[in-house]
Design a protein around this ligand. Structure first.
Ligand SMILES: CC(C)(COP(=O)(O)OP(=O)(O)OC[C@H]1O[C@@H](n2cnc3c(N)ncnc32)[C@H](O)[C@@H]1OP(=O)(O)O)[C@@H](O)C(=O)NCCC(=O)NCCS
Length: 183
């Protein structure tokens, strides 16, 4: 698979570069995660404030398992989206998507841009469906995934914890990759 960087334009005319993460991104990614407020890290499954976690990812990149796509502005990472794949079994045709955008670059269309790229990549990988879990109260997340062709499939009440430890609801959103391209 050919790995290429693409340029995109945000609503405020900022030009971003969107490209797969490479080994040399470790330092910039450590900085990116350190810059994020605690509430944004709630959606990340690992302790990314521990820089060894990020460095181990960079050393062990395996695009067939996890495909990380970064957005950069003047070499600074401003968003990270990951496409997670399951190699065998009944979920082998699915990809799970997670995304986090730096607060200064939110509401500018960046998540929409990156999620559109992920849907293109999923089609290239031969994945049939993409799965995302978003907070039910996050208008921005729901809108960004919808813009990229995902639709709302289920709500699971009280499944996760917010930062105060209260139960919160999540929404499962799915993109039917083939149907998306037929439209
Ligand atoms: C959810 C998130 C990725 C959205 O990123 P973003 O770059 O701001 O998204 P976009 O700019 O593409 O927004 C999509 C739409 O939602 C709107 N929007 C974004 N944030 C919004 C908010 N807080 N309230 C209302 N609308 C919002 C945008 O204006 C845009 O509108 P449009 O469709 O008319 O153009 C970002 O807020 C984030 O990183 N949140 C924390 C992590 C998270 O929740 N991830 C999702 C679960 S994996």
């Amino acid at each position: 698979m050919e790995i290429v960087a693409k340029q995109g334009k945000l609503k405020d005319s900022t030009i971003v570069t969107i490209r797969p993460m490479v080994k040399g991104d470790a330092d910039a990614l450590v900085k990116f995660f350190k810059s994020l407020p605690d509430d944004l890290l709630l959606f990340v499954r690992h302790n990314v404030r521990d820089e060894s976690v990020v460095r181990i990812w960079a050393e062990n990149l395996d695009y067939k398992r996890v495909f990380p796509l970064l957005a950069t502005v003047e070499n600074k990472i401003v968003a990270d989206v990951t496409l997670h794949r399951v190699p065998f079994g009944w979920k082998r045709h699915l990809g799970k998507v997670r995304i986090v955008v730096s607060p200064e670059y939110q509401k500018l269309g960046l998540a929409t841009l990156m999620l559109n790229e992920i849907v293109d990549l999923a089609a290239e990988f031969g994945l049939e469906k993409l799965w995302a879990e978003v907070p039910l109260d996050s208008r921005g997340a729901i809108a960004a995934f919808r813009n990229a062709g995902f639709s709302c499939k289920a709500v699971i009440e009280d499944l996760v914890k917010d930062k105060e430890g209260r139960n919160a609801d999540i929404l499962i959103m799915i993109c039917d990759v083939a149907a998306h391209y037929d439209q």
